[in-house]
Design a protein around this ligand. Structure first.
Ligand code: ADP
Ligand code: MG
Length: 254
């Protein structure tokens, strides 16, 4: 599927805007003057060496981590520091981690309905209908009654994605979603992510899967030492990296 066939991305009215964001862990300055804009329907792939601040950046976008300075807005609204507004905004930002974080003592179906019932206040019938639709979409229609431990890693991660989608997020954040998977399961998860991209989901994806970055990203953002060093199309970035840090990084992984 070519990127050209996707819903067009415009720079007007962006969905996520980080402006002048700084964050420290004690004396460690992990995010330095981060300016990042994610357009509606855009897929941004975030890459960079270990420790460069990619996970922290993702976590600040839904305030799992507070910031020291700067602003973050989602869909035109500033991210509140706490309270009900925060809970609502957070539910609009889906997040999928390396570890699947499913509820081990709930069935797959219950994993998908729980937050719909509690946060979205949907009826049980409505929540289950949505859950079954999403399970079908990630290729797991027949797994609803199982428990997470009965599924493979790739299946569990697809359940985790479906669970996030059940909240109708405006943007999905993926932090190394395939890093904990056996190699033969990576593609089934990337395929689900590709199909989301094609359908126009706005996504920020931290990954080491450079094939995915090339084929699915509108833009590659390269981070090092807490800074954004490059922000360019995948073609520009991979074929002609500008900074020494990016050249060095690519020479080690490609
Ligand atoms: P990446 O995801 O790019 O590997 P991280 O955002 O996880 O980078 O980490 C950036 C830096 O912040 C690293 O030096 C890491 O050790 C440090 N760090 C991350 N989380 C914490 C934390 N909760 N407390 C202290 N230091 C942290
Ligand atoms: Mg990380």
């Amino acid at each position: 599927m070519s990127k050209a066939s996707r819903i067009p991305v415009t720079s007007e009215d962006p969905l996520v805007v980080l402006s002048g964001v700084n964050k420290h862990f004690g004396s460690l300055h992990v995010l330095r003057d981060i300016d990042l804009t994610v357009a509606r329907n855009e897929v941004v792939v975030l890459i960079g060496p270990s420790g460069s601040g990619k996970s922290t950046l993702c976590r600040t976008i839904n305030r799992l981590e507070p910031i020291d300075s700067g602003t973050i807005t989602i869909d035109g609204r500033p991210l509140p520091a706490e309270g009900r507004g925060l809970a609502r905004l957070r539910s609009e930002v889906g997040m999928v981690f390396q570890s699947f974080n499913l509820f081990a003592h709930k069935t797959v179906l219950e994993n998908l309905t729980l937050a719909q019932l509690k946060v979205r206040k949907r009826s049980k019938a409505e929540a289950e209908k949505k859950a079954r639709e999403l399970l079908a979409r990630v290729g797991l229609a027949d797994q609803a009654p199982k428990y997470p431990a009965q599924l493979s890693g790739g299946q569990q991660q697809r359940v985790a994605i479906a669970r996030s989608l059940a909240m109708d997020p405006k943007v999905m954040l993926f932090d190394e979603p395939t890093s904990a998977l056996d190699p033969e399961m990576i593609n089934e998860v990337l395929e689900v992510m590709r199909s989301l991209a094609v359908e126009g989901m706005t996504m920020v994806v931290v990954t080491h899967e450079m094939g995915f970055a090339r084929s699915a990203a509108n833009r590659v953002v390269f981070m090092a030492d807490g800074r954004i060093m490059e922000s360019r199309t995948p073609e520009e970035f991979f074929d002609n990296p500008e900074t020494d840090r990016a050249k060095d990084f690519l020479s080690k992984i490609l």
